[in-house]
Design a protein around this ligand. Structure first.
Ligand code: GTP
Ligand code: MG
Length: 284
């Protein structure tokens, strides 16, 4: 049975999808596939360094919207990316975290929000590519694709692992301050006068909440631990999320516990969509 559509809040997603394999020499085609061959700003771009939680977050977000949560509804028309997200969820239900992402994969999503209907693209990519694209300014194809991709951002979700910000050392902090602010400066430069909504999402808050409570709030956490991002990253709103809670197995290893609810995963997207509607942005 089709669920009734709530004009204020429902989101419908359609998708066609692809997986890029940079071990093969088809990068030029991939670049065109990723960028879409025109210069429209039609992407909700998800950014995050290695291990930030991109794959887990995207799968749980899609699962949540598919099941209609927080008033948002998703439906993939093309089953390929739907299956990829659901396989990731099933893997976690079986107690396994997803493998580190090796190939870049994209889903072409059609979203309806209120009376607006947009085509959005969601990209999942290996975290190393983030560093190459925005810290090292590397010229390899994967880095170029990611940079071209952010140039077409309608909205940005930046995923940051708070534990890495506190304990991850210099490389993690460089990625989160220099890397993320470079990416956001690029986004705003490409958008000209239009302000692109940017949601910074602190991930893994089921285990990281202590660090956030220590300083008072998610925003205070970013102010305290990532001042370079605050200085150079432009305007953004900070959210806290837990895509999957975890529990220790018999050996003390943390395993995904999907029977417990995710929290805070839909709100950042909802905030971005509301901003886009308010600003009258048309993504088609
Ligand atoms: N407790 C908890 N752990 C999480 C959560 N999300 C991710 N993790 C942990 O973080 C690891 C990395 O998450 P991924 O989603 O694979 O990260 P990624 O950004 O896709 O990483 P790359 O593909 O290597 O760039 C997982 O294997 C989990 O151990 C969460 O919501 N809660
Ligand atoms: Mg991944």
């Amino acid at each position: 049975m089709t669920m009734p559509f709530d004009p204020e809040t429902d989101v419908r997603m359609r998708s066609e999808s692809g997986v890029f394999d940079f071990t093969e020499s088809k990068a030029k085609d991939d670049l065109e596939a990723a960028v879409g061959g025109d210069d429209s700003r039609d992407r909700i771009v998800v950014l995050g360094r290695r291990g930030a939680g991109k794959t887990v977050f995207l799968a749980r977000l899609y699962e949540a919207l598919w099941q209609k949560r927080d008033g948002l509804l998703a439906r993939a028309v093309d089953g390929i990316s739907h299956q990829r997200f659901m396989e990731c969820v099933a893997r976690m239900e079986a107690g396994q975290w997803p493998e580190a992402t090796l190939a870049q994969s994209w889903s072409n999503l059609e979203i309806r929000y209120g009376t607006h209907e947009w085509v959005l693209r969601v990209l999942d990519y290996p975290g190393e590519v983030f560093r190459r694209a925005f810290v090292e300014d590397a010229q390899d194809e994967a880095a170029r694709i990611l940079r071209a991709y952010v140039d077409q951002a309608a909205a940005v979700l930046v995923l940051l692992d708070p534990i890495a910000a506190v304990q991850g050392g210099v490389e993690a902090t460089v990625d989160a301050e220099f890397g993320v602010s470079s990416a956001l400066r690029r986004v705003q430069a490409a958008a000209g006068d239009v302000e692109v909504p940017v949601a910074i999402v602190l991930t893994k808050c089921d285990v990281a909440i202590g660090h956030i409570r220590e300083v008072g709030s998610a925003r205070a956490f970013v102010d305290h631990y990532l001042p370079g991002l605050v200085r150079d990253g432009g305007a953004f709103r900070v959210f806290a999320a837990s895509a999957v809670r975890s529990r220790a197995d018999a050996l003390g290893q943390l395993r995904p516990a999907t029977d417990k609810n995710a929290s805070g995963i839909v709100r950042p997207l909802q905030w971005c969509l509301k901003r886009l509607v308010k600003d009258g942005a048309s993504l088609e």
